[in-house]
Structures are given as structure tokens and as C-alpha cells.
Ligand binder design. Structure first.
Ligand SMILES: *[C@@H]1O[C@H](CO)[C@@H](O)[C@H](O)[C@H]1NC(C)=O
Ligand SMILES: *[C@@H]1O[C@H](CO)[C@@H](O)[C@H](O)[C@H]1NC(C)=O
Ligand SMILES: [Zn+2]
Length: 436
């Protein structure tokens, strides 16, 4: 097999049409894919890995960075791509991929075989990152989710296979109002995206959201498609009940403690008297509820509604989000922080999440079968808004490990679920083919 693959590649590459400079897109993509494949299969045999169970020094309020880097270091597709330096083959811009180089060095140090010292210093990587993203300069605690977004965006820019920003040509089709129109339109929009933004980061992390707006006046559906690199899910507000005062049937009057309230930095709880259902007592929230909330139909009044394509004005409408294209790596951000006028509040509700077999099919296109994901890393946030600490838990060959800056320890699977889970990393396991 190996030999014939080599022969095939050599034959393809020496053919005139396959010089990367003067070929159309599909051929050049074929060329880079084959070369990439060749390189990876050749090098993969050389890739000798350690356990990866190495900590990262805290170089001054950098636990957010350490936790995210550990999660990314356990994203196998990305790790191997970095360790094999496959991006040197991929990149098409003339700029030196400085951040990618530095990021890869950190990963290489983490995965070195028999690394004598048990921790790695990410200082240089952080310095280069801050030069590229000045928003992060300064020494205060940063948000891990925000860091992840900026990091992936910067890395993508450096290794974009389409740096020239070719204008995309999309045929202007007459709307046909059929069920197929959605998937065709979505596909065209995705191609348009790939014409400008195509990289390993996109291969791994990018998906597509479908937002469907339904006009209440003319019943017209307007569809828009957006690329996402993570799903930021709202966490439902839950009230905890301390004691029942009076009950009648399944409702009770009780003293409640609202969890989502804090003023400035101090967490403070609000006590109130409320009537609640008995069945709600001591409830925890599931990830599915967060997804339901995310994708539930939302009523928009005239002022907040986008234009209806048909009425040509703002009308009352409903909006619904579904996942049109599923990413290989699904990053879920549990949006625990809510801004109010005077403060930021953090919800410390426990959100339970499945470790295997998270099914996103119900949030996909209408005729989508099961789409299953397995968890491989979690980024925890503990503490209050300003005085927080980030740690990571990652799946290993066997069991799970907790990465707390330079400390690495094994952790039992049962301990994964907590009220501190903040960013979840899932990997696509299987996706049943759905009709187009
Ligand atoms: C996340 O927080 C929970 C609850 O405090 C804890 O049990 C778990 O060990 C934490 N995980 C990490 C990796 O810090
Ligand atoms: C992380 O380490 C610090 C001390 O270095 C400790 O106080 C904290 O409890 C640890 N957190 C977890 C989740 O292990
Ligand atoms: Zn309308």
C-alpha cells in the first residue's frame, strides 16, 4: 500500500497540471492534501510521544492559558499537526507563522519522551501571543474562553491556506422554497467561507449555524448561515430552595436562594419567598437543557427583528438556531457569566454533561440522524468573577488527569461533574449520513 501510494503521489505531482502555481483550486487542494497525507504517514512513524502528563508553569496569572493549552494539547488532530510541523506544508502566506511555531514548541515540550523536568514554561508563547493580540496585554486575569477564541483565530490566520482572500463567486439562484434549498444554500455559504478561510483550525473546530427567521405577517422564512468555532450556551437560571413552608398538592411556598446573583466581585445570594413546584427541588441542570434553551424558538418584537426578505420591513418574528454543519471538535462554552448594568454575575449551577454519546442530532437539520460526541477535556473555572482559578481535566490513554498549572494528578471520572465546568471539549464519534 505504502509503495503504491508513493508511486501515485509522484505520478500526480510530476504531471504538468499539478504544479501548485498554475492550477485551479480543486487541483491545488488535491495536491496539498496528497502531499500532506504523504508527509503525515511518513512522519507519524517517527513521532514518538511521551505521556503528555506534564504541567505548565504559571508565569503570572496565566492559569487561564495553561488550562486551555492543556485542553488543546489533548486535541489529537491539532497536536499531531503541530508536532509534525505539517503547517509548514500548509501555509500559503509569506509571513512567518510565529505564534504557530511557538505554540508547537510548547506542545512538543509537553509531549517529549522522558522529559526530565516535569513542567514547561509557556512564557515565550504568551509573550508572542500578546504581541499578536494586544487586547491581552496587561497582567490581569483573563477569560479562558476569550483566550481560546483569540488563539484559534490567530493560529488560523497564520496557517490559512487561502490568505489571498479571493473573492468568492456564488451563483445567484432563484429561491425555490423547497426543503432542499436550505442545504444547498448552506453548502454554498460554507464553500464561500472556505474560499477565504481554510485551515487545519477550520477542519477541526468550525461548524455552521443555521438561523431561521419566521415572519409573523407573511409567514416567510429567511435563512442565514454563520460559521462557529464554539457554542456558547446559556445556563438556565435555577433557584435553590432551602425550606418548604406550606405545601398544597405539588406546589409549595418556600424560602428560595437565587444562585445567579452577585454584586461586583462578591458572590451574594438573594433570599426570597416563592411558590415553586415540588419536583423542582434540588434540581441540577443538564447540558441538554442548555442546548434546548440555545435552540428554542425566540420571539422577536418589531424593533429587535431583522428585515423580513419578503415584507421588506421589520416585522414581529420568531427566530430559531440549529446546527447545520457539525464540527469534528465541538467546544461548548457554558456561559456562566451574565452582565447586568452594574456588575458581572457568575452562575455556579451544576450542569451535568454526558462523557460519551452526547447526541446533537436533535439540534441539527430536520432529517438528521444521531450525531454522537465523546468528551475528552474540560476547563474548570472556580471562584468568583475576578478572583478565579482555571484548571483542566483531560482524558488520557487510561483514565483522566487534572492539570492545575504545574501540578498534574490523576482524577476519578466521577469527579468530572461539578458546578465549575466552564468549557467542554467534545470529539465527533459518529455521524449518521443524513439526506441532503
Ligand atoms: C473542577 O471542579 C470540581 C469541583 O470543585 C473538582 O472536583 C474537580 O476536581 C475540578 N477539576 C479540576 C481539573 O480542577
Ligand atoms: C490547584 O492548586 C492549588 C495550589 O497550588 C490548590 O490550592 C487548589 O486547590 C488546586 N485546585 C485543584 C482543582 O486541584
Ligand atoms: Zn414578512
Amino acid at each position: 500500500m505504502d509503495n503504491s501510494c508513493h508511486a501515485l503521489c509522484r505520478a500526480l505531482v510530476t504531471q504538468n497540471g499539478l504544479q501548485p502555481e498554475h492550477v485551479d483550486i480543486s487541483q491545488s487542494v488535491l495536491y496539498t492534501s496528497i502531499m500532506g497525507l504523504l508527509l503525515v504517514t511518513e512522519k507519524e512513524r517517527e513521532l514518538k510521544l511521551g505521556t503528555g502528563q506534564v504541567g505548565l508553569c504559571n508565569v503570572g496569572n496565566t492559569c487561564f492559558l495553561n488550562a486551555i493549552v492543556q485542553c488543546l494539547s489533548h486535541t489529537r488532530g491539532l497536536r499531531d499537526y503541530c508536532l509534525l510541523k505539517a503547517y509548514l506544508q500548509d501555509k500559503h502566506s509569506n509571513q512567518e507563522p510565529v505564534l504557530m511555531n511557538e505554540f508547537s514548541k510548547v506542545l512538543a515540550a509537553l509531549w517529549e519522551c522522558d522529559s526530565g523536568d516535569s513542567k514547561v514554561n509557556p512564557g515565550k508563547f504568551y509573550r508572542i501571543f500578546k504581541e499578536a493580540v494586544p487586547y491581552f496585554s496587561g497582567y490581569s486575569q483573563q477569560d479562558a474562553q476569550e483566550f481560546l477564541r483569540f488563539l484559534l483565530d490567530r493560529l488560523h490566520t497564520e496557517i490559512n491556506r487561502r490568505p489571498s482572500q479571493r473573492p468568492a463567486v456564488i451563483p445567484n439562484k432563484e429561491p425555490t422554497y423547497s426543503r432542499f434549498r436550505i442545504s444547498e444554500e448552506a453548502f454554498a455559504m460554507w464553500q464561500k467561507h472556505l474560499d477565504r478561510d481554510d485551515s487545519k483550525i477550520v477542519d477541526l473546530f468550525s461548524g455552521q449555524l443555521h438561523s431561521s427567521l419566521h415572519c409573523s405577517i407573511c409567514s416567510h422564512y429567511s435563512d442565514t448561515f454563520d460559521v462557529f468555532c464554539d457554542l456558547s450556551l446559556p445556563v438556565p437560571k435555577v433557584t435553590f430552595f432551602t425550606s418548604f413552608l406550606v405545601c398544597a398538592d405539588d406546589v409549595c411556598l418556600c424560602i428560595c436562594v437565587s444562585h445567579t446573583c452577585c454584586i461586583n466581585t462578591e458572590q451574594s445570594y438573594m433570599m426570597m419567598l416563592s411558590v415553586v413546584k415540588k419536583s423542582e427541588y434540588g434540581r441540577i441542570v443538564t447540558l441538554k437543557e442548555c442546548l434546548d434553551l440555545f435552540s428554542q424558538e425566540e420571539k422577536l418584537d418589531k424593533e429587535n427583528s431583522p428585515m423580513c426578505d419578503r415584507c421588506n420591513r421589520r416585522t414581529e418574528s420568531t427566530k430559531r438556531l440549529t446546527i447545520q454543519k457539525f464540527p469534528r471538535i465541538l467546544v461548548i462554552h457554558l456561559n456562566r457569566f451574565t452582565m447586568s448594568r452594574y456588575s458581572i454575575c457568575k452562575s455556579s449551577v451544576t450542569v451535568s454533561f454526558p462523557l460519551t454519546g452526547l447526541d446533537l442530532g436533535p439540534f441539527g437539520p430536520v432529517d438528521c440522524g444521531p450525531v454522537l460526541y465523546n468528551l475528552y477535556a474540560v476547563c474548570n473555572h472556580s471562584g468568583t468573577v475576578n478572583m478565579g482559578h482555571y484548571t483542566a481535566v483531560c482524558r488520557e490513554e487510561e483514565g483522566w488527569c487534572c492539570y492545575n498549572d504545574s501540578c498534574v494528578s490523576t482524577i476519578q471520572e466521577e469527579k468530572l461533574q461539578s458546578n465549575q465546568a466552564y468549557v467542554l471539549f467534545y470529539e465527533l464519534k459518529s455521524c449518521s449520513v443524513h439526506r441532503k
